[in-house]
Each structure stands twice: as C-alpha cells, then as structure tokens.
Write a new protein. Structure first.
Length: 218
C-alpha cells in the first residue's frame, strides 16, 4: 500500500474527535446484533478500500452499524454490500460478487470505495459539524488518489457532501440517478441512488440500472 494512504488510514482509525460518534460506534460494538453476538465488532472509524491507482472513487455516506462498523471494511457484511458487489462484479470492477469480511480475498479493479463520514452516526444522521470534521480525511483521499477522474456518489447526502468539499452550491447540481457534472477541469461527479434495502425493495434502483451506470463509467 502507498505509505501516504497507509498513514492517512492510521490517522482515521485512531480518530476520536467527535464524542457522539465515538460513543455510538463503541456502544454498538458492545451491544451487537443478535445474529452477530459471537463476533468481535470493529467499532472504530472505517477507512477507504480498493485500487489506489483507480480513476474512479465511489463515495458512500457512513459505515453501516452492523456492516462496516462490525467488519471494519467499507460496504462489507450488510444488504447494501450484497447488492452493490453483485453489480460491481458483473461490471468487472471486483474479482468476486460478495464482500463479507476482511481477508475474504476481495480485490477491486480501477475503483476505490470510501465514506464521507468514517463513523456510523446515530439514526444514520450525521451533524453538519461531524461531516465538516471528517471532510479533511476525504480531501486527503481525493489528493492521494493521483489518477482520480470520477467520483460516484451513492445517495443524495453523499452527493451533497462531495459538493461541500469542493465548495460548490447545491442549487447548481440537481441530484438524480445517472446525473453527471464537472466539478473542475479534472474531476466529474456522478450521482447514483444508494443501494440500500429500502431503495432496492421499492425498485427505486435495480441491478440492471446500477450495472448500466457502472459500465458507463468506463
């Protein structure tokens, strides 16, 4: 791994700047969900994962309470990950169609996954100050991914967060699945509905639409 990204990830994992988030992520790691009660939860901030030479970054909002906060890896071990990785595999961005745990053999090709907020927030609702505090890590990731050309945002909050990082006004960028805009002369932002169980079950997003979007990135 690139030593600069390794150093950034170590800073992220050891971060305890937001009291509310620190307390909540550690509380979940102790109380656990019944089906995972025999597992040791990660319970710390979750770093990015993937191909550090990639041209594409996929941005989610925050770790899932019993997904990333349990497994320690972004989009791993929950229903959103199950849907997303089937699509990533079929679009040839990942070597396997599942993301279940660290050291499961998963590798990504020309894509890097990360989060606007590195800790799971209560009720999946971060405060503006918590996001602002975490943006400095996201900005470093944008800088360290030297070949980055496209940022795919999963959900409107991730989309809006990305715009805030680049100090752009939301009114100039309408969110809808498949929307594409130039952020600057190097980077483009692509909007996608989040692959959450709610969006999948209500057919707001389906596998065909997600794969079509992923293939369009190439």
């Amino acid at each position: 791994m690139n030593p600069k990204i390794k150093n950034l990830n170590q800073k992220i994992i050891s971060c305890r700047k937001c009291d509310r988030l620190t307390e909540f992520r550690e509380k979940i790691a102790i109380e656990k969900r019944k089906q995972f009660e025999s597992e040791n939860y990660w319970g710390k901030p979750v770093t990015g994962f993937g191909d550090i030479n990639s041209e594409i970054l996929m941005l989610g909002l925050a770790p899932a309470a019993h997904g990333g906060n349990r497994t320690g890896r972004v989009f791993t071990g929950d229903k959103s990950a199950e849907f997303l990785f089937k699509c990533l595999h079929l679009a040839k961005f990942s070597n396997q169609p599942n993301s279940e745990r660290m050291n499961d053999g998963l590798t990504l090709n020309n894509i890097y996954l990360t989060l606007a907020l590195k800790c799971v927030p209560p009720f999946d609702k971060p405060t503006s100050n918590e996001l602002k505090e975490c943006f400095k890590y996201l900005k470093e990731e944008f800088i360290l991914l030297k070949n980055l050309r496209i940022i795919v945002t999963l959900g409107k909050i991730a989309f809006d967060s990305c715009l805030k990082v680049f100090e752009l006004k939301n009114k100039d960028f309408k969110f809808f699945h498949g929307a594409r805009y130039r952020l600057n002369n190097k980077l483009e932002i692509v909007a996608s509905y989040h692959p959450s169980p709610r969006n999948v079950n209500t057919k707001r997003i389906n596998q065909t639409e997600m794969i079509k979007l992923l293939k369009s990135l190439k």
